[in-house]
Design a protein around this ligand. Structure first.
Ligand SMILES: *[C@@H]1O[C@H](CO)[C@@H](O)[C@H](O)[C@H]1NC(C)=O
Ligand SMILES: *[C@@H]1O[C@H](CO)[C@@H](O)[C@H](O)[C@H]1NC(C)=O
Ligand SMILES: *[C@@H]1O[C@H](CO)[C@@H](O)[C@H](O)[C@H]1NC(C)=O
Ligand SMILES: *[C@@H]1O[C@H](CO)[C@@H](O)[C@H](O)[C@H]1NC(C)=O
Ligand SMILES: *[C@@H]1O[C@H](CO)[C@@H](O)[C@H](O)[C@H]1NC(C)=O
Ligand SMILES: *[C@@H]1O[C@H](CO)[C@@H](O)[C@H](O)[C@H]1NC(C)=O
Ligand SMILES: *[C@@H]1O[C@H](CO)[C@@H](O)[C@H](O)[C@H]1NC(C)=O
Ligand SMILES: *[C@@H]1O[C@H](CO)[C@@H](O)[C@H](O)[C@H]1NC(C)=O
Ligand SMILES: *[C@@H]1O[C@H](CO)[C@@H](O)[C@H](O)[C@H]1NC(C)=O
Ligand SMILES: *[C@@H]1O[C@H](CO)[C@@H](O)[C@H](O)[C@H]1NC(C)=O
Length: 588
């Protein structure tokens, strides 16, 4: 369930099968636990779980590696985060690093839920992830994340904080044994310019002294959480990086039916429809939104899908950047300002926080800014319902666009930045077999663009085109004796193409990542007693200097095939025609 609160409550909220139907709604997709499986592999060696992703491009230099923290996460639920003092690698002869990599290594044995966790450096979140669900013979997994963008933070003494809310008792026996490393790869050449990391990163999270993660918890549609902050007077660029995850009643927000359906069927399950949007405001003014990728945690839909290949994004949840440079004029006054988060139609609970990345003008003590244009079209949301009793269909469509244009005067000149978000969403949901069958077909398009220009020239541009696909089919059949069979299949897709431009040309990188999974499980009480899961995944990454693709499949805990290629075939571009137009006239 990947949530840190009320694991017992979740299960009592599940509809009981003594009612007329199983009501195959979101609550049935919720994370499940596997018993001491008959279906698990017989060999006694731990299984390695992993998420398919591209290897991090590393320089050929020898890394300096730090073990930051080692901890056994047992009864850590609603306890303070685990802290560790951090010192930069001062013993390394080179103090310039071209790559910094976080490595998470964990083992676990027994029975345990998927748990969400976060890693913060003095309040700045650098990693959000979900644990793998263990088996009785034990599992092992490792996640590597490129954290070079947090360099400026890692060059000072800091406090690392890790919150992983786990509960251990006679039923949930799994303790997570964790090690966190940071690897520093010395640079051969000095880096700089717009591509280098921010000079200062301001945390927009809760203060460290609490019995919980540092994320804000957003519990309903009117809940707004905020943080005051100040920025130095010489900032010339600002990007807000937002971390988001959804749990409990909103773990499968994309499968939540409208309240109308729930109330007319007297159901006590999660509702509020299937659309959610994280709204980010600066001093009450909406500056950007996040329509998140539909991460499925390792216990979600059918936990046997994710053994050993984990769901897209589950071991390294994406964060979302909102360029707020056009708004610098509003916050360069030395006063305190406020960033707030809300989630449209939220149900309990969303974990949201952010990092404000700031670039400082090294040659000037003061920069000046002015917002030139602010255009926010209200969210357009339509819901079409057609149901009788437990069966029917719901079509939910939404779109939104936000454009900010602003100017900043610094020693780099007077730069005008135009930053836009354009998003569309469509969700088609069908309920059948008296509410026991649910089909969800959802697609999100999430485009961001940033263009920076001076009156006479082009400075830089960033374009990001994201597409999130989710197709879910789940049919549940009551077996009597408090057990049910669930047959489900799933398609999960993430496409992300980025075009970066500068005076010297442009570069393109893309990821096309698609998973299909299918299987069944017999659930008794709240445990999966039997089942089978199969997963196929095709991952392709291309950029100017390298291509990486992997075609992999697993079934019943076993890898059936695993093909890796480093050749750049043109088929990769079939979704995203390569387009480099250096002469594009930039709006400003
Ligand atoms: C899965 O593999 C186990 C052995 O590891 C085997 O006993 C079981 O029959 C397999 N299940 C299916 C459905 O193939
Ligand atoms: C929404 O959540 C907030 C924070 O927990 C709470 O204070 C408020 O009463 C809730 N509102 C509703 C309508 O439930
Ligand atoms: C819902 O409850 C009301 C009042 O108890 C009852 O009249 C109605 O028949 C119920 N509807 C369904 C679909 O069970
Ligand atoms: C509503 O659903 C019923 C049953 O599937 C179908 O016959 C009818 O045409 C649908 N109505 C609309 C407006 O789509
Ligand atoms: C919703 O969006 C989909 C995909 O863009 C489109 O095919 C459909 O016609 C839209 N439906 C409604 C009711 O707006
Ligand atoms: C996102 O960008 C792609 C590629 O330019 C375009 O086809 C699509 O319509 C855009 N979607 C939205 C919601 O702006
Ligand atoms: C009772 O549950 C078990 C699973 O624990 C299942 O194998 C069996 O078929 C069920 N019996 C009936 C009558 O459904
Ligand atoms: C899931 O299975 C159903 C029934 O076999 C099939 O109609 C549907 O196309 C499948 N969907 C996906 C996403 O694989
Ligand atoms: C992946 O490999 C499987 C098995 O060899 C093959 O059937 C499939 O076409 C491959 N997919 C792609 C996209 O190459
Ligand atoms: C790949 O590109 C080359 C050169 O443009 C072309 O001749 C070839 O047919 C392409 N192959 C495929 C599979 O599209």
């Amino acid at each position: 369930m990947a949530a840190s609160s009320s694991i017992f409550l979740v299960y009592f909220l599940l509809p009981l099968f003594s009612t007329a139907t199983l009501h195959s709604t979101s609550s049935l997709y919720r994370s499940q636990l596997i018993t001491q499986q008959e279906s698990s592999p017989k060999n006694a060696t731990p299984t390695t779980f992993f998420e398919v992703t591209k290897p991090i491009k590393l320089p050929k230099t020898k890394p300096f590696s730090h073990l930051i923290l080692e901890h056994d996460f047992g009864s850590t639920y609603r306890k303070p985060p685990i802290l560790a003092n951090y010192t930069p690698p001062f013993n390394c002869p080179s103090q310039k690093f071209s790559k910094i990599v976080l490595e998470w290594r964990a083992t676990c044995k027994g029975r345990q839920f998927d748990r969400i966790f976060g890693v913060w450096v003095s309040g700045v979140e650098i990693f959000r992830s979900c644990t793998a669900e263990p088996t009785k013979n034990g599992i092992f997994w490792t996640v590597k994340k490129d954290i070079t963008r947090y360099s400026s933070l890692l060059m000072k003494n800091q406090i690392f904080a890790v919150y992983l809310g786990n509960i251990v008792d006679s039923t949930y026996t799994g303790v997570y044994h964790v090690e966190i490393f940071v690897h520093f790869y010395p640079a051969k050449v000095r880096l700089g310019g717009f591509d280098s990391g921010a000079d200062l990163i301001v945390p927009i999270s809760r203060n460290m002294h609490l019995n919980d993660g540092l994320w804000f918890e957003i519990e309903n549609s009117t809940d707004v959480q905020s943080k005051d902050f100040k920025i130095p007077p010489n900032v010339y660029r600002a990007v807000l990086e937002v971390y988001v995850s959804f749990h409990e009643n909103d773990e499968f927000w994309n499968g939540n039916p409208p309240n109308e359906y729930i109330s007319s069927n007297n159901l006590s399950i999660a509702g509020n429809g299937a659309f959610r949007e994280v709204v980010v405001s600066l001093d009450e003014m909406v500056v950007g939104v996040v329509w998140p990728f539909t991460v499925i945690y390792t216990g979600g839909v059918n936990p046997l899908f994710w053994r050993p290949i984990s769901g897209i994004g589950s071991f390294d949840l994406p964060s979302y950047d909102i360029e707020i440079t056009p708004l610098l004029g509003k916050i360069l006054d030395g006063n305190s300002h406020k960033i707030s988060f809300g989630v449209t139609d939220a149900l309990n609970v969303w974990y949201v926080d952010a990092n404000l990345h700031l670039w400082l003008d090294g040659k000037s003590k003061k920069t000046e800014g002015k917002l030139l244009r602010y255009s926010l079209l209200p969210l357009s949301l339509s819901v079409l319902t057609n149901f009788t009793g437990f069966d029917g269909s719901f079509i939910t469509n939404a779109s939104r666009s936000i454009t900010l244009t602003g100017m900043v005067k610094s020693s780099y000149g007077t730069i005008t930045t135009k930053s836009s978000q354009s998003l569309s969403y469509s969700n088609h949901m069908v309920m059948g077999n008296e509410g026991n069958l649910q089909i969800v077909d959802q697609i999100i398009e999430f485009n961001d663009t940033v263009y920076a220009t001076t009156p006479s020239s082009y400075v830089h541009s960033l374009e990001s085109f994201k597409k999130y696909l989710l197709k879910l089919y789940s049919d549940n059949v009551d077996q009597g004796n408090q057990s049910y069979t669930s047959i489900s299949n799933l398609t999960l897709g993430l496409d992300d193409k980025r075009v970066k431009g500068s005076k010297y040309g442009s570069s393109v990188s893309s990821v096309n990542n698609l998973q299909n999974a299918q299987g069944y499980m017999i659930v008794k009480g709240h445990l999966v007693v039997k089942g089978l899961g199969s997963t196929q995944q095709v991952y392709k990454h291309n950029d100017d200097s390298c291509c990486y693709s992997r075609n992999i499949s697993s079934s019943n805990y076993t890898i059936l095939y695993d093909k890796v290629s480093n050749s750049c075939s043109n088929s990769t571009w079939s979704h995203w025609p390569l387009r480099i137009d250096k002469k594009r006239s930039l709006p400003g």
